[in-house]
Design a protein. Structure first.
Length: 188
């Protein structure tokens, strides 16, 4: 099933999503990779505010390449999400609702997704140019010294993503192979 979702959003906006569904995401998305997550944690530990509103937010694990002349951003493909697993449950409990990346997540992240009514969406790895075409504007909002890992505010339009973890405990990486084997049992 295909859904159109606009971020920021509330848990109720994500309740209909199921693992395997397609999402066309629009609205404001923040970029944050490893180093930005470390700095966000340091800020929270020091009692400081995050550089963007966390409530209802979407965080894309991406370090875009430099833009070429006439572009607003370079290739913007996802990075491996498990590197953010140690940070994600805390951010989800603070109100982050959408995580975007690639690859499997830890049991702690899966539990936090279900507990908070959030989702984990996969962007197509290796398709950074396609993802970049969905980005309408870019603004660096924090930690410019991190280069490609700085936190950026993106305005996106119809970014094609797949629901990997849904708010109901669904996990496409577990369900997909199991469904395939069940549906093709007679052929094996």
């Amino acid at each position: 099933m295909e859904h159109k979702i606009t971020v920021p959003c509330a848990a109720a906006d994500l309740a209909a999503l199921r693992a395997g569904d397609t999402v066309l995401l629009s609205g404001t998305v923040y970029t944050a990779r490893d180093q930005a997550h470390i700095r966000m944690t340091q800020a929270l530990d020091a009692g400081e505010s995050l550089p963007f509103p966390i409530e209802g937010s979407a965080i894309y694990y991406v370090g875009p390449t430099p833009e070429q002349p006439g572009q607003i951003i370079g290739a913007a493909g996802p990075t491996t999400s498990c590197r953010m697993d140690g940070f994600s449950p805390r951010l989800l409990r603070l109100g982050n609702r959408v995580m975007i990346g690639k690859g499997e997540r830890s049991e702690e992240v899966k539990q936090a997704v279900a507990e908070t009514g959030s989702v984990y969406l996969a962007a197509l790895g290796g398709a950074g140019a396609l993802m970049a075409r969905c980005i309408q504007s870019v603004e660096t909002v924090a930690w410019e010294d991190l280069g490609c890992e700085a936190v950026r505010k993106l305005r996106v339009e119809n970014m094609p993503l797949t629901v990997i973890l849904d708010a109901h405990g669904g996990d496409l990486y577990r369900q997909g192979p199991a469904n395939y084997l069940r549906e093709n049992e007679h052929k094996i």
